[in-house]
Design a protein around this ligand. Sequence first.
Ligand SMILES: Cc1cc2nc3c(=O)[nH]c(=O)nc-3n(C[C@H](O)[C@H](O)[C@H](O)COP(=O)(O)OP(=O)(O)OC[C@H]3O[C@@H](n4cnc5c(N)ncnc54)[C@H](O)[C@@H]3O)c2cc1C
Length: 285
Amino acid sequence: MYPATFDYSAPATIDEVLHLLTEHGDGAKLLAGGHSLLPLMKLRFAQPAHVVDLRHVSSLRGVRRESTALVIGAMTTYAELATSSDVRDAAPGLTDAASHIGDPQVRNRGTIGGSIAHADPAADLPAVMLALDASFVAVGPAGRRTIPAADFFVDLYTTALAANELLTDIRIPVATARTGSAYAKHPHPASRFALVGVAAALELERMSARVQRLRVAVTGFGNMPLRAIALEEALLGKTPDAEAISFAASRIEASAADIVEGEFRLHLARVCAEQALQKAAERAQ
Ligand SMILES: Cc1cc2nc3c(=O)[nH]c(=O)nc-3n(C[C@H](O)[C@H](O)[C@H](O)COP(=O)(O)OP(=O)(O)OC[C@H]3O[C@@H](n4cnc5c(N)ncnc54)[C@H](O)[C@@H]3O)c2cc1C
């Protein structure tokens, strides 16, 4: 299928992008890596009158370390994330996820901003963002605002971003010395999207090495990423040994109640949770 006809701009600055979004209103659509938008346009599920390509906006690219946060430009590709030492140091769970998205073509073009704004229920990064307690910086005609990941994913392919807003940066709190994160996924054999993916970020108490902070988020349970609260409660205050991790992982089912049908998916979720928790705990030590 060919897309419907559309006009095309490739601005170089954020101000120009905002100007185009204001000028063309609901008829405009931002283009990042194009791996989700272009298939939708070819199928004519999306028919924007004006495509605003972000590829020349260099200020939207790259990873930088601030004192309390890792700041990632929305146009940073998965391949750049997967090979960034700053990402690996501050948020190794994001390295895990970015390294296993799709295939090399997808990783070389797909962007963190595109993945988050698209909010595909089978995407890897939304769950990772939730576990890492990330927040998203958006700019629009009303100015700039920061949206916590917990408030950002609203429903299937639906986020808190307005149509005339541009996602510019992803901010991830910098991990302390006793913090570790990890992501484990079971990919669909054809698409490589996650059938189930589990992201874990935990912090150990300095003296006792017990878990004092834990966030676990799941992709593959319903319309959007979900915190596995019952699992988190089962491991908080415990030493993260194999037995405690195995028991906590089994509690992931409680988060799936009424959403997930099928023993196979729940089994995958338990296995992925165990793998992610083990790796996060090792990294925290
Ligand atoms: C073969 C294949 C395999 C894949 N496998 C996986 C996988 O294993 N895991 C996974 O998570 N994903 C997978 N994907 C999806 C891939 O990650 C997409 O790249 C991603 O969903 C969208 O990112 P993009 O940069 O391509 O965005 P685009 O397709 O360009 O845009 C997607 C949407 O986000 C909007 N958007 C983009 N950037 C911004 C911004 N800065 N501000 C506001 N809105 C914005 C666009 O307007 C559009 O609505 C796969 C895709 C393909 C084709």
